[in-house]
Structures are given as C-alpha cells and as structure tokens.
Design a protein. Structure first.
Length: 175
C-alpha cells in the first residue's frame, strides 16, 4: 500500500493519487465520485485519495472530521452496493500537512476488478437526475493482459453505444 509520506509529497494527481477539495458524506453525488475514484485507483494497483487538498496537493483548510469519522464497514457497504464486491483493502487516516489537516484514504490493489453493477444516479434538483458513468473502469479492464472473464464483461457491455464511443475516444488518445 502506498505510504502516507509519498502521498503527502505528491504535487499532482496521477492514476494512483487523487485530490478532493471536499467530500460531503451526506451527498449522493459526492459518494458516486468517490466510489468511481476508489474503483479506478484500486483497479490500477492501489494508491490514495486525499480529501481537503487542491489539485496541487495543497491543503485547503476544510474540516475533514466527518470524513475521518467514517466507519470502514459503511465505506465497504457503499462500494458493495455499486460493485457487488466487498473491497476492504483501505485505510483512512487524518494527518497534518503543514498547519492544516487532510484525510487520506489509502487503497490497496483490487484482487478482482471493481466493476460497477449499477449506475450512480442522484438528484440534481427536484425534477432532474444525473447518472454517473463508470466508463473508465471498462477501459482499464481491456488492457492487453485482461483475462477471459474481463474480456467477456467488456463484450457484454460493449453493446451499449456510449461505451463504444467512450472506448474509441480513449484508445485514440492513448489512454
């Protein structure tokens, strides 16, 4: 698992490190974003999400106590509700970076790819909803060393036109 020291030294995001300025644990939209990021990082070999940091890794001074108080079983249940997997290879810690606190969710590698089994849908307002897509996860699954099950999942999902166009765009950009 990535070290806290390495996470604190990071000055930019990568496939292993993600910075989030805030995370409202009561907001469905925020949970969808975080679960998408957890799955992508775990599927990429592990890493960390830093809560309370800007895009350069600098602390923004938000209160991270609500995040720090998250029960690990609650996080595992949230992940399970979207992926069907009981992923628990994570540790949550609050540390000081300079004079401000940040919460760091360190993630191990997923032993089985975390693939969404249902979309993340949440209300934007009283009349509209937004569905969060997890296309990046299907792209990761299709790397050259994908096993038979992963390729089969891709074929099942590739009948969706939005998945086809998303994967075509990613392949063209070299991602």
């Amino acid at each position: 698992m990535i070290t806290i020291d390495r996470v604190l030294r990071a000055k930019r995001e990568s496939k292993h490190i993600e910075f989030k300025q805030c995370f409202d644990i009561t907001a469905a939209a925020d949970w969808c974003e975080v679960i998408k990021d957890i799955a992508a990082i775990a599927n990429s070999g592990g890493g960390a999400i830093v809560f309370g940091a800007d895009s350069k890794g600098l602390p923004v001074g938000v209160n991270v106590s609500a995040i720090a108080g998250l029960d690990s079983a609650h996080l595992t249940d949230k992940l399970h509700s979207y992926t069907g997997c009981h992923f628990a290879a994570f540790e949550l810690a609050v540390v000081k970076k300079g004079k401000r606190s940040v919460a760091i969710l360190r993630l191990g590698a997923a032993s089985v790819p975390l693939i969404f089994t249902k979309p993340g849908t949440y209300a934007i307002d009283e009349k509209k909803q937004k569905t969060h897509s997890a296309l990046v996860l299907f792209i990761i699954v299709m790397e050259p060393k994908a096993n038979r099950l992963q390729r089969r999942i891709w074929r099942m999902c590739s009948s969706d036109a939005s998945l086809k166009s998303a994967s075509s765009g990613s392949e063209a950009s070299g991602k």
